[in-house]
Design a protein around this ligand. Sequence first.
Ligand code: NAD
Length: 134
Amino acid sequence: MGKLEGRITVVTGGASGIGAATVKRFAEEGAFVYVADVQDEKGEEIVAGLGEGQGAYVHLDVTDSAAWQEFAARIASEKGKVDVLFNNAGSVTTPPSRTRRTRCTSSASPSPSTACTTACATCTTSCRPPATRR
Ligand SMILES: NC(=O)c1ccc[n+]([C@@H]2O[C@H](COP(=O)([O-])OP(=O)(O)OC[C@H]3O[C@@H](n4cnc5c(N)ncnc54)[C@H](O)[C@@H]3O)[C@@H](O)[C@H]2O)c1
């Protein structure tokens, strides 16, 4: 008997990488796995590779709180509980303290060489920390 027999699990970012490997392992251990991701085709493929009735794919953008509520309601009606949540999908935001210390070098910016703010979305990749003083 698997370690997760009868358990209801959720893996965010389950369509690839660490998440997909976790989905497979959870299923091997007997769990039902909700594979939550934004890559629908890959997510469906992962679920198709699991045993019959061992999982379901859910389109979920983890940054969307309304989508989480909808997902929670779905799980409640389908399974009534969640035993394990592997919140693997990460979203990266630059903390304000860091953006204040970076300078925008993009010529596409409305005001190049001024301090970056979170509104400086067009030139994120061109932002870099200012030269270190000696
Ligand atoms: N691989 C590493 O060495 C490493 C190291 C440190 C931390 N991490 C973290 O571990 C997690 C998984 O890493 P990985 O290498 O397997 O990444 P990956 O890119 O292979 O997989 C991430 C998965 O998350 C999904 N995803 C991205 N944004 C999403 C969103 N907003 N909502 C739902 N799903 C979303 C992607 O579609 C993808 O399927 C990430 O959070 C990553 O930052 C990875």
